[in-house]
Design a binder for this molecule. Structure first.
Ligand SMILES: Nc1nc2c(ncn2[C@@H]2O[C@H](COP(=O)(O)OP(=O)(O)OP(=O)(O)O)[C@@H](O)[C@H]2O)c(=O)[nH]1
Ligand SMILES: [Mg+2]
Length: 308
C-alpha cells in the first residue's frame, strides 16, 4: 500500500467584507491571530496563519474584504487581497450565506469583483457559504447555491458555520486534498508569521472597532511607538498611538472624562497580557493627523495592506 504524500500550500481566504474570513482562520488555528468585529472592513492586511497536521500543512492567508469603496487607503487594502490571491495554490471565496440567501439582489454586486478572475482560474476554487447557523429556513440556500454554481461551475461549494464549527472538517479535508504535494514550509509549531507588535496594535484597533460608531472606526489607525521590556521583572510597557483624522474624533475617542479611552486600554491590555503571558503596561495616545487615509507614504509607514 502506498503512503499518502505530504501536502503543503497556500490558501487565499477571500471574499466580500464581513463574511467571517478572519473568524474561520482563528477557528482553524485554535488561536486568535486576526481581529474580528461585526463591522465590515475589519481586516487591513494579508494575515498568514499556519495549520500543521499529520498529512499536510495548510498556510492560510486571511485577506481584507474586497469592496469598491474609493480612497487611497481602501485601494491599498483591497490591493493586498488580490496580491494574496496571486501567491495562492488554492482559492477560497467566502460569503455570508445567510445575508445573500435573504438578500439575493445584493449578491451580484458584492461578488462582482471576483466573477471574472475566478472564471479564468485554473487553480482549485472553493466557495465557502458561511453563517448557515443564522438561517432558519435552510431551503433558501438552494437558489443561492444555484446562482453561485452558475457563476463558477467548476468551484465546489461548502456550507459552513465558522462560529458554530459546522462543516469545518469537510472543508479542511477538501482544502488539503487540493494542495500540491511537498514538504512543510514552516516549523510544525509555528502558528503564524504575525509579529507580536502588529498583533498588539491590532488588538487596540479591534477594541476601537467594537466601540466606535459610524465612520470613526474607518478613520482610526493604531501604531506602536515604543515597546520596552523590563529586564528584571519581564514586564512590558507599550506606547501605542491612535491616529484620528479630526480634533472632534479625538474628543470622541478619549470620551467624557477620558472614559472611553480608559475602557479601550483596559480591554486591550487584558488581551495583550494573555497574548504575551506577562504583565503589560499599555499607554494610549490619541493624535490628530488630518487626511491620513489619503497620505500614501503614511499608510505605508503604518504597514497598511502589507503581508504579515
Ligand atoms: N452567526 C455567525 N456569525 C459569524 C460566523 N462567522 C463569523 N461571524 C461573525 O461575522 C462578523 C464578521 O466576522 P469577521 O471574521 O470579522 O469577517 P471578515 O470576513 O474577516 O471581515 P473583514 O475583515 O471585514 O473582511 C463577526 O461579528 C463574526 O462573529 C458564523 O459562522 N455565524
Ligand atoms: Mg477579517
Amino acid at each position: 500500500m502506498s503512503e499518502t504524500p505530504f501536502r503543503c500550500g497556500w490558501v487565499a481566504l477571500m471574499g466580500p467584507p464581513n463574511a467571517g474570513k478572519s473568524t474561520l482562520l482563528n477557528v482553524y488555528l485554535g488561536q486568535k491571530v486576526a481581529i474580528v468585529s461585526p463591522k465590515p472592513q475589519t481586516t487591513r492586511n494579508q494575515i498568514t496563519g499556519i495549520l500543521s497536521e499529520k498529512d499536510a500543512q495548510v498556510i492560510f492567508m486571511d485577506t481584507p474584504g474586497v469592496h469598491q469603496l474609493r480612497g487611497k487607503m481602501n485601494r491599498l487594502i483591497v490591493q493586498s487581497a488580490w496580491q494574496a490571491m496571486e501567491g495562492a495554490d488554492v482559492i477560497a471565496i467566502m460569503i455570508d450565506a445567510d445575508y445573500y440567501a435573504r438578500t439575493p439582489e445584493a449578491l451580484a454586486r458584492d461578488i462582482g469583483p471576483f466573477i471574472k478572475p475566478i472564471e479564468a482560474e485554473t487553480r482549485p476554487v472553493f466557495v465557502i457559504a458561511n453563517k448557515v447557523d443564522l438561517l432558519g429556513d435552510k431551503s433558501l440556500l438552494l437558489p443561492l447555491f444555484t446562482t453561485l454554481h452558475e457563476s463558477w461551475p467548476k468551484a465546489e461549494i461548502f456550507p459552513l458555520s465558522a462560529l458554530k464549527g459546522e462543516g469545518l472538517p469537510q472543508l479542511l479535508e477538501a482544502l488539503k486534498k487540493a494542495l500540491p504535494e511537498g514538504e512543510a514550509q514552516f516549523p510544525e509549531d509555528q502558528l503564524s508569521t504575525v509579529p507580536t507588535r502588529f498583533m498588539a496594535a491590532e488588538i487596540v484597533r479591534e477594541k476601537l472597532f467594537l466601540s466606535l460608531k459610524q465612520e470613526l472606526p474607518y478613520l482610526t489607525a493604531v501604531d506602536i511607538e515604543a515597546w520596552e521590556e523590563d529586564p528584571v521583572t519581564g514586564h512590558v510597557t507599550i506606547h501605542a498611538v491612535i491616529y484620528v483624522a479630526k480634533a472632534s474624533h479625538k474628543a470622541i475617542v478619549i470620551g467624557h472624562a477620558g472614559r472611553h479611552i480608559k475602557e479601550v486600554g483596559q480591554s486591550a491590555r487584558k488581551d495583550i497580557m494573555a497574548l504575551l503571558g506577562c504583565k503589560v503596561h499599555l499607554e494610549l495616545w490619541v493624535k490628530v493627523r488630518e487626511n491620513w487615509v489619503d497620505d500614501v507614504s503614511f499608510l505605508h509607514t503604518l504597514g497598511l495592506g502589507s503581508q504579515v
